[in-house]
Design a protein around this ligand. Structure first.
Ligand code: TMP
Length: 247
């Protein structure tokens, strides 16, 4: 199988065509951004870690009946996936309040939610990935009502599987963002990645953050973060998460 021209470059990954029409290669990058690209940096070793972790988790999810785009890891930073067209939706589940929902609704960080919250964001950087609902998605033809039902059902199932999986590893799955795609033969599958870039992982014992919030909140040159704690040791947190997933 041959790696052909680049199809797309995102903030954290590149996608390449292959000589097979139904398969793409994804290359993970060390680049990291936050606050809709306002904060830019890089996390040493992130590409390798996120590639490996996504491989392990997508394999586990497949075994539990969730269809994904994942085929196999090819190298340190590359994986082979089924070619899909990504729905322009960021699908978020929150089990514990953190991040944007605290700002938006005045919830205290760490509040255990009575039931999981399901959110859609419209994947569009020009508008800062705004929160939308089913009606927007259907009216804007981002997905059909039937597709949304499939996506929602799969997402809650994925949450149940991931919550239990991470709890066994001493991790509270606070929230996560996933994406879905459609294969050339019309199947809806889980796509993109599941990694410390796209989830909030808190140690069950200490509540230590083992995810990208350490980068988001590494004060560096950002002035408008207010009084929140300054976090560092980003690489170590990513490595710790990979270690727990591989254990
Ligand atoms: P939020 O609290 O900033 O809305 O983030 C919710 C979850 O989604 C969190 O686990 C981080 C993840 N996320 C992404 O994967 N990509 C993004 O662009 C954003 C804003 C959040």
């Amino acid at each position: 199988m041959e790696k052909l021209e680049q199809l797309y470059e995102g903030k954290a990954k590149k996608v390449y065509k292959t000589d097979r029409p139904d398969e793409f290669i994804i290359e993970y990058k060390d680049d990291a951004t936050a606050f809709n690209g306002e904060k830019k940096g890089s996390i040493g070793g992130k590409g390798v870690i996120n590639n490996k972790m996504t491989g392990v988790i997508f394999t586990m999810l497949e075994e539990k009946g969730i269809p994904t785009h994942f085929i196999k890891v090819l190298s340190e930073k590359e994986q082979l996936v089924k070619a899909v067209t990504i729905f322009p939706l960021e699908v978020i589940i929150r089990n514990t309040a953190a991040g944007s929902i605290c700002k938006r609704l005045g919830l205290e960080e760490g509040l255990k939610l009575k039931s999981p919250i399901f959110e859609f964001c419209y994947k569009n950087d020009d508008f800062g990935d705004p929160v939308i609902n089913d009606y927007h998605a259907i009216a804007m033809e981002l997905a059909t009502a039937e597709e949304i039902e499939v996506i929602r059902e799969m997402t809650f199932k994925i949450n149940d599987i991931l919550k239990a999986y991470f709890l066994e590893k001493g991790i509270n799955l606070v929230d996560f963002k996933i994406e879905f795609g459609k294969t050339n033969d019309g199947q809806i599958v889980l796509a993109d990645e599941i990694s410390p870039d796209t989830c909030r992982f808190w140690d069950v014992e200490t509540n230590e953050k083992l995810d990208k919030d350490r980068f988001r909140r590494n004060l560096g040159h950002i002035e408008d973060l207010g009084h929140i704690e300054d976090l560092g040791h980003i690489e170590e947190a990513y490595e710790e998460m990979l270690k727990r997933v591989q254990a």
